[in-house]
Design a binder for this molecule. Structure first.
Ligand code: KG4
Ligand code: ZN
Length: 356
């Protein structure tokens, strides 16, 4: 089954063709990061307008790259939430028009389910490079074995979701304030680093002697997270170090590197320990690490090293937003005959695995 996946929930206009939920035939991503970085963060109206400009060229490129004719597309999958309403609408309307003209089913996909399903894409790096290895410390080509603990870490979400079987999701932990990606992005801003902050923090992070560790919020007895205190602690330390709104110097660069390192260590430590504890409590056979923050090299390394079960991590390009994960998530639903009708609306607050 050839599924065209469309993703426009945030600041990436993306489309991809995936065969049978695993075989990636094309993956086209038009990023708006540069546009938004000029404003220090995402400007929703600019994002919607940029999606309008990019959507048709991206769709054409995805089908052309896949070397499959339009008549060979069997279904159209599209993110209908969570995300920015104005951005989601662009992808959803494109999907409706396309599905109607091709005479194929259209299905709305939960963006977070998409992030998780990226772990099913057979895109492992044969050289076993941890940067590009689909399956962490699991065998390449193996499907993740249920029950699974999914750690979803993105710009807007930090969630632990138990997966007992195909499309069976149960939320067991979530952030009470900021998401991990948000903590990276807001901290980067404090340190004068550009948007998006996660990759920047990771790029400049370096252990600097005598830099004290930043706090970790454990919230004992729960699988929940909290990252807003960490951001406030970093702000205080940055102010003490005199690096807020100051011109760059060699000394400030060293302090920024040290604080970036401590921030990353703190986030990674909490994420890894809490994912392991949840996997243990629910007797899981493996952990899936998913979402944009899963592109973080340190997080990938520490989770792979410390997990007592197999770890599945998509390659970085499939961790950040893309259309392939949406096509992959649609597949198990489509083969069961699920589809959406044309009444389908966007749902900016759509949740995963939670009782309605
Ligand atoms: O999943 P995603 O691409 O978009 C959302 O659904 O939000 O996640 C974006 C988030 C941003 O907060 C970005 O800073 C973070 O993922 N991110 C990273 C890295 N790459 C992206 N955070 C830490 N290290 C990275 N290498
Ligand atoms: Zn995402």
């Amino acid at each position: 089954m050839n599924v065209l996946g469309i993703e426009t929930s945030c600041d990436e206009t993306a489309a991809a063709v995936v065969v049978d939920g695993v075989d990636l035939r094309s993956n086209v991503i038009a990023s708006q990061a540069e546009l938004h970085s000029r404003h220090g963060g995402i400007v929703p109206e600019l994002a919607s307008r940029q999606h309008i400009q990019a959507i048709l060229p991206v769709l054409h490129a995805a089908v052309e790259d896949a070397a499959i004719p339009w008549s060979g597309i069997d279904a159209v999958a599209v993110t209908n939430g969570p995300g920015l309403a104005g951005s989601l609408i662009v992808g959803l309307n494109a999907a409706k028009g396309l599905a109607a003209s091709l005479g194929v089913p259209m299905i709305g996909v939960n963006h977070l389910e998409g992030h998780v399903r990226a772990a099913w894409l057979a895109e492992g790096n044969p050289e076993g490079n941890p940067e590009g290895n689909t399956n962490g410390n699991a065998d390449l080509g193996t499907e993740p074995p249920f029950p699974l603990m999914c750690l979803i870490v993105s710009g807007g979400h930090t969630e632990l979701v138990l997966m007992r079987g195909e499309t069976d999701y149960e939320l067991v932990g979530a952030t009470r304030d900021d998401a991990a990606g948000e903590a990276f992005d807001k901290s980067a801003r404090i340190l004068g680093l550009p948007y998006p902050g996660g990759p920047e923090i990771s790029r400049v992070a370096r252990a600097v002697p005598d830099t004290k560790p930043l706090p970790r919020a454990w919230i004992p007895g729960t699988h929940d997270f909290s990252f807003s205190g960490l951001k406030t602690a970093l702000l205080r330390r940055a102010e003490e170090a005199g690096i807020v709104d100051e011109p760059a110097s060699e000394a400030s660069e060293e302090k920024i590197a040290g604080l970036s390192h401590e921030l990353q260590e703190s986030i990674v430590d909490v994420l890894v320990r809490k994912a392991n504890a949840a996997a243990d409590e629910y007797g899981c056979n493996a952990i899936i690490l998913a979402g944009g923050v899963a592109a973080n090299r340190r997080l990938r390394q520490v989770l792979t090293a410390e997990a007592t079960v197999s770890v599945f991590i998509p390659p970085p390009i499939l961790c950040t937003d893309n259309g392939a994960m949406i096509a992959a998530a649609a597949y198990p639903r489509l083969i069961r005959g699920e589809a959406s009708d044309y009444e389908l609306d966007v749902d900016p607050g759509l949740r995963i695995g939670a009782a309605a």
